[in-house]
Ligand binder design. Sequence first.
Ligand code: SAM
Length: 426
Amino acid sequence: TENRSSLDNKKSKSNSKGANNIDNFLNWCEHNNFSLISKVRVGTDGSCAQYGMMATEDIAMGECLFKIPRQHLLTPHTSSLDQTLKTELLCLESGSGWVPLLVSLMYEYTKPTSKWRPYFDLVPNFAELDLPMLWDESDRERLLQGTGVKQAVETDVTSLTKEFEELVLPFLRKHRDHFDDRCKDIEFYKQMVAFVMAYSFTEPSGQDYRLSQGDEPTVPTYPMMVPMADILNHISKNNAHLKFEKDALEMIAMKAIKKGDEVYNTYGELTNWHLLHMYGFSEPYPENIFDTVSHTLEIITKQTQTSLLVVEGILTEEEFYETLKVLAMDRAKFEEHREKEGWSDAEDEQEEDSMNFDEIPKLPNTWKELLKKSAECCLQKYNTSLEDDRKRLRDDQTSISAREKYSLYTAYGQKMLLQQLIECCS
Ligand code: SAM
């Protein structure tokens, strides 16, 4: 049949273990009606990272590349845990909201007869999945200084350890007959967290197709594993995206994809530091159109030289103006301003306009001076200078490890944004 021959086309001729795993996985997908079109190939050749999907023929915008019927998503609801366990598991509240999926995933991953076996035999390759959460502390210290990733990872490790000890272990002990011994090992749990972090998808908020029209949303939305969609790699200028439909999730071409090109999904509008934190990679400057730098305004007031005013968080354009206006005041002016106008209440602000670089040169000189100084101050927080990074990027990249490369991309992108700000203020 046509399906059979297109599948044969996609299969690698090699008899290696990897090729067998791809074939088994593709057979499993075919058996479960994933409707993979014949214009793509799944494999390592041409992929930017381990496995990926490549176009073997031109694909038109809007074409559906494959779909995943909802019963083949791996969620706490679809897992083969028995019903009583499932009900109990779904009651496990946690800060992250990930515990029910993590326990279901551990259960299926360690079960030789799991229905998702061909999927687990293909991904992930834990030797390649190099999330900063799995690095040793000295590398995090050395490579991530200034980027914000180190703090995010420390928070994750603290909360996942707490969740494991307070929720997961008691559940596993209570149901010890159902779980493989590996599940009690925190290192194995960490690997599963990394798997969920880098491979799971979440139903877009406000959209739950499990409910009929008019139903009250009674089922909370969990992250879920989506076989085949998670084979696709990410770039910010993606050419495909996942649509969440009632009965299936569909991967749709967002633009025409040329024969030979890789098919890229989007994991979201993510900055480089977010990509590095959650997925262990980042994009080289200036490829990531969603990159940002967290700019902390740290100004030592002129009068006392001692008090430190720190402004953190994402400011709306109006908050940004207000902040700069206040920071540029001397004490008398500040007191007068406080008496007369008070602070504007950020929660009342409805507008979330962002300001672009073009607006900066039009700001008053005192404000620009403040912005410039604080950007210079932010640049000092990294272990290396912009010039050091530039030189490393010019050097042969083959001699550096993947984690060094992606940390460099992240820090360099942030420094370029700070440098751009300094230039706009000068
Ligand atoms: N390539 C993965 C595989 O073979 O298992 C499938 C994609 S998986 C959802 C996400 C992981 O793929 C990331 O954690 C990262 O290791 C890798 N990845 C995705 N996009 C990438 C990119 N543009 N550059 C480098 N690595 C990427």
